[in-house]
Design a protein around this ligand. Structure first.
Ligand SMILES: CC(C)(COP(=O)(O)OP(=O)(O)OC[C@H]1O[C@@H](n2cnc3c(N)ncnc32)[C@H](O)[C@@H]1OP(=O)(O)O)[C@@H](O)C(=O)NCCC(=O)NCCS
Length: 123
């Protein structure tokens, strides 16, 4: 059977280095997950390798970010998620992110949970 090539974008994510203050530590450079989403038609779906599309997107972003020449192995990952987006909060928690604090962005006045994940350092 012939397989047709499908060029649709099913997921999209970006990262950038940014300065963060974790607890009362001095500012440090972290890998920020800036945009992240899976097309609704593909949420809960898996790749041809039977991996979650969402988890594949995240691991690809993290791998590319850590390969960047300005990255160091000890950089934490940080992101903000809308306080009403409980699905994404569950997803990030499942991937090992922890709640850090709540930030308010205005306008419009919306609350975002800041979440972080410590780097997995080689033992
Ligand atoms: C958040 C989002 C990326 C998750 O994608 P998804 O396709 O629903 O995720 P999957 O179904 O592939 O789940 C991947 C894994 O996370 C787990 N998971 C997903 N949502 C979860 C939740 N709310 N609570 C607990 N675990 C969750 C799944 O059980 C699965 O686990 P496993 O593969 O280890 O068994 C997707 O819902 C999305 O794009 N939402 C809109 C945009 C958005 O909110 N982006 C985040 C902005 S911060």
């Amino acid at each position: 059977m012939d397989a047709e090539r499908d060029d649709r974008v099913v997921a999209y994510g970006t990262w950038m280095h940014r300065q963060v203050e974790l607890w009362d530590h001095p500012p440090e450079t972290a890998i920020g997950i800036e945009w992240f989403g899976v097309d609704i038609a593909y949420q809960g779906q898996r790749t041809v390798d039977d991996e979650s599309i969402a988890k594949t997107l995240f691991s690809t972003i993290e791998m590319r970010a850590r390969e960047d020449t300005n990255s160091t192995p000890d950089m934490p990952l940080v992101l903000e998620v809308d306080e009403e987006n409980t699905v994404a909060q569950g997803f990030w928690t499942h991937l090992g992110f922890e709640y850090l604090d709540t930030v308010v962005v205005e306008p419009p006045r919306r609350q975002y949970l800041r979440m972080f994940r410590a780097p997995s350092m080689p033992s």
